[in-house]
Ligand binder design. Structure first.
Ligand code: AMP
Ligand code: MN
Ligand code: MN
Ligand code: MN
Length: 277
């Protein structure tokens, strides 16, 4: 069976490793089919594709787009995209655009709870000046010894209701799906089990996504529990979605699952890669 990992990050967004190093780690872990899906950014694709080719690993061009839906942040993965598509390129640039000001606002709020210079501190961990994320702040707060791990920093400082959280309006669902589809890609709802949406809202999201031409959801992901693999397998069947699989790897020792080291998709699903080879 193919080892397919269609969700992970490099230092072009909030991952730790450069794209070529992520490729090497995926290969070493036995991945056969690999997509790098940096947040709101496609700048790592050229390096990732070349590295995958040199390693004889099947490469899939990807991205993970931040959207705001019903006042919550949701992530939409795009797979098999043409990363030179101008509407996609411009849409992602616009989506990234608000990050710098948001980061400065986060730093102001963090200073009021005794964490000064957090913007400069986070910047030390940023690999791409266009893409400063909450994860970079988390790494700096760990460096200060205030929290032992990323999950702890998020819980204490960076999620809604906590002092370092700054609300932000990302792309719309309609735009994200249309950028992905316009670039020849397949739209996938990332880690659907992670959103604070009730059953009714979730049903509306899935239906709206499907109506816009969204095709798949992640079922096996580092952001789901094992129970959720079964739960979202049923969801995929119910809505007629293809199923995706991805570690959401960000860095050694930081992520719950390493590249490629995931359970297979539950049986009875159509994998998102079913017609790729
Ligand atoms: P941002 O795009 O700046 O809002 O940052 C989002 C990123 O923060 C996600 O892609 C994850 O990498 C990370 N993240 C969000 N929530 C958590 C959490 N509860 N624990 C650990 N990492 C998280
Ligand atoms: Mn991330
Ligand atoms: Mn995500
Ligand atoms: Mn991700």
């Amino acid at each position: 069976m193919l080892n397919v990992d269609l969700h992970c990050h490099s230092n072009i967004s909030d991952g730790v490793l450069a794209p070529a190093a992520v490729a090497a780690r995926a290969k070493a872990n036995g991945v056969d089919v690999w997509a790098l899906t940096d947040h709101d950014e496609i700048d790592g694709i050229v390096e990732a594709r070349a590295a995958a080719a040199a390693l004889d690993m099947h490469y899939v061009a990807g991205v993970e787009i931040s959207i705001t839906w019903a006042n919550e942040t949701v992530h939409i993965v795009g797979l098999q995209i043409d990363e030179t598509n101008q509407a996609l390129v411009q849409g992602l640039a616009a989506t990234r655009g608000g990050r710098e000001q948001r980061a400065k606002d986060m730093a102001i709020q963090l200073a009021t709870v005794g964490i000064p210079h957090a913007y400069e501190g986070a910047l030390k961990y940023v690999g791409n000046p266009d893409l400063i994320s909450r994860t970079h702040f988390a790494r700096y707060i760990i460096e200060l010894g205030i929290c032992p791990d990323i999950a702890g920093v998020f819980r204490k400082y960076l999620v809604e209701g906590k002092p370092g959280y700054v609300p932000h309006r990302w792309a719309t669902l309609t735009d994200a799906v249309s950028w992905i589809r316009g670039a020849g890609g397949i739209a996938v709802i990332a880690h659907p089990g992670r959103y604070p949406l009730n059953d009714v809202a979730t049903d509306v999201l899935f239906n709206e996504f499907k109506q816009l031409g969204g095709a798949a959801i992640e079922v096996v992901t580092g952001s789901h529990t094992i129970d959720q693999y079964q739960q979202y397998a049923k969801v995929a069947q119910h809505y007629g979605f293809l199923a995706s699989r991805g570690s959401d790897f960000h860095g050694p020792g930081e992520s719950r699952l390493d590249l490629g080291l995931l359970l297979p998709l539950p049986t009875g699903l159509t994998p998102v890669w079913h017609d790729w080879f």
